[in-house]
Design a protein around this ligand. Sequence first.
Ligand code: C2E
Ligand code: CA
Ligand code: CA
Length: 707
Amino acid sequence: MLIVAVLVIVSMVTWATVTKLEQQHTKTVKNDLTTLARNLSDELTDVLGKSSNNAARVTHSEDTPALTTTAPELLALSPNLLSNIQPIMKRVSAYQNIVEARLYSTNKKLLHRQVATAGYNQGLSQNDDLVLLLESPSGTYRVGQHLIASRRILEDGVTYGYLMLINDINSTISQNRQAILWRILPLLVIALLITTFLGMLWLNRLLNPLTSLSRFTHQLSQSKDYTQRFETKAKGEVARLGQNFNMLLDTIEAELTINDEQNQTLLEQQQTMARLANYDSLTGLPNRQFVVDNLRLELARARRQSKDLALMFFDLDGFKGINDSLGHETGDLILIEVADRVANMLRESDLVARLGGDEFIIVPDRDVTDASLENLAHRVIGAFEEPFHFRGLALTVGVSIGIARASEANFELSQLMSNADLAMYRSKARGRGISTIFTNEMIETHKRKLLIANSIDNALINNEFVLFYQPKIASGGQVVGLEALMRWQHPEFGLLSPGEFIPVAEQSGKISALTRWVIEQVSSDLPLMQSVIPHKFRVAINLSAHDLRHTRLFDVIHTIFTEQQVNPEYIEFEVTESAYLENFISADKFFKRLSNMGCAIALDDFGTGYSSLSYLTQISIDTLKIDRQFVRDISTCHRSRLVTGSIIDLAKRLSLTVCAEGVEELNQWDYLLDHGCDHVQGYLFSKPVPLEKIALLPNHFAFHSTP
Ligand code: C2E
Ligand code: CA
Ligand code: CA
């Protein structure tokens, strides 16, 4: 476009110059031609005037042959005249561009014709057209390609003829034009080249920053490195474009940084979520979710490979009591330590997880024979032998373990977990700190338990429960108390022992109703007992741990006693040490109120639960009941003798009454008597008997001492 523009401009300038020059040239030529015509006509006037004077006038004669003319139509001139005219006319030959000179007679006939350029005869009519010009005033005219000067040859008002000079102005002009063009063409070319070069240079300078910006963006899109910036020395639009582009990059970089940060946060959140979802925040062990997910896969694999797999559940004995009496923080610390101890004694390939609360699970990576599983369970129990030390307290916490095999659960996760759970509850029921391997028989037991639990409500309505009473004997042999023990005349299972249905009632939340029934029954039985036993005695009512959580129990007792006019001094409440300690604060308050009312409190099964004795000084009890297991072994086991003696001794020091239960043999009683045991209870004296048989009990139990 630039070149075209330059070409157009140069052409226009050239055209204007040439035109101007041509105009000037035409003017000059016109003047010259006029002057020449004037001069020649003056000279011809002389010649023609003289010849006229000599009467040698130019006449018209068609016969007279022309002397020097080329055209046959020329009139004849006298030879003399012709010789005078010819030299004058010939002078036009000196002028390059005058192509012809003509001399006309007064009546406008061509007298003489001088052709300067041989053979020239272009564009001019021979005669007629030009003759018309003679009628115009003397002057120079442009006719087509020619400049024609026409002049009247006259003197003193007498016309002698006409002179006509014809100039081929066109060829002059074209010659001139060529000459001019040839002269200015190199200049034009040079100007064009310079302009083009400068134009390119300028364009290049102008476009260079844009090109580098374009290159930069391309490179940026390839590398995606948005930390780069565009640098330019250019000013103006491109610099501004560059700045804007850099600003855009700043924004992109800032956005990318924010994006990166957000991504990072998201990633961290995702990891936290995964951790939270799969790990227990307290102990750091995998949680239930993790185990469930993993076990599902493991079970599927085990089933495919026809391998067996075992699951071990365990929970802490009396953990709730620790939580309630020592606070949740201590409870948490114990859980952390438990997790540590168990994890440390396991192999890396064994999986240990916390299911929640004080429940843990182990998926052992070892063979599933009884021996191997029992060995592992034994080691887990062993890990709890060492007491936990917290805040100056040494706490021994036991575990109950339940083990189940996948093959016995048809490799189904929920079944397997439920089996392990059953086995664990079996451990708890058998006495804590032991392990049980699941057997199918447990499912039957479980079903029976469910049936029992579901029929308690009806049993109360149908009066299926009965109370038996077992006497407590003082060292002198007289009855000092009667322990109320429940029996259930079940329509389907026959006579059920409380050892079976009390735990079921506790687990199914039905124990409160049973306790209430017992209190009411004892209250209504009491007058009869009072009528057959003439001296003061106490009827013992057993309470379970669940009863102590029932805050309104005191009111219930108070109401019943008031309604039935029961003298509280005839009543004793028995509670196990674990039940007391598991609900220490509320239990202590409850028993203090009962004590104040006149009831006695006995700590049942003493020696089987907590081994820390420090609490004994803090609780409100009257009697310690030595557990049957120690009494049973008195004659055979030195340790049992030692424990029994120590408990009696301890009770004496704390001014507590001691009662030994489960006395079946005379030598046991002897031993107990020797050590100062206050009361005894056992088959040696009487099994629990129904109310109506109390009257048959001897007033005084006496045995011959063994020698
Ligand atoms: P317990 O409170 O320790 O009651 C003593 C248990 O030992 C009674 O078993 C009794 O029959 C048994 N016994 C007494 N002397 C001997 C003996 O010389 N040899 C042997 N082998 N056993 C003896 P029972 O009646 O089967 O009661 C079992 C447990 O059921 C009781 O243990 C008590 O914890 C619970 N229980 C019974 N009745 C009630 C009740 O009304 N409420 C609550 N909460 N628990 C009850
Ligand atoms: Ca008892
Ligand atoms: Ca007992």
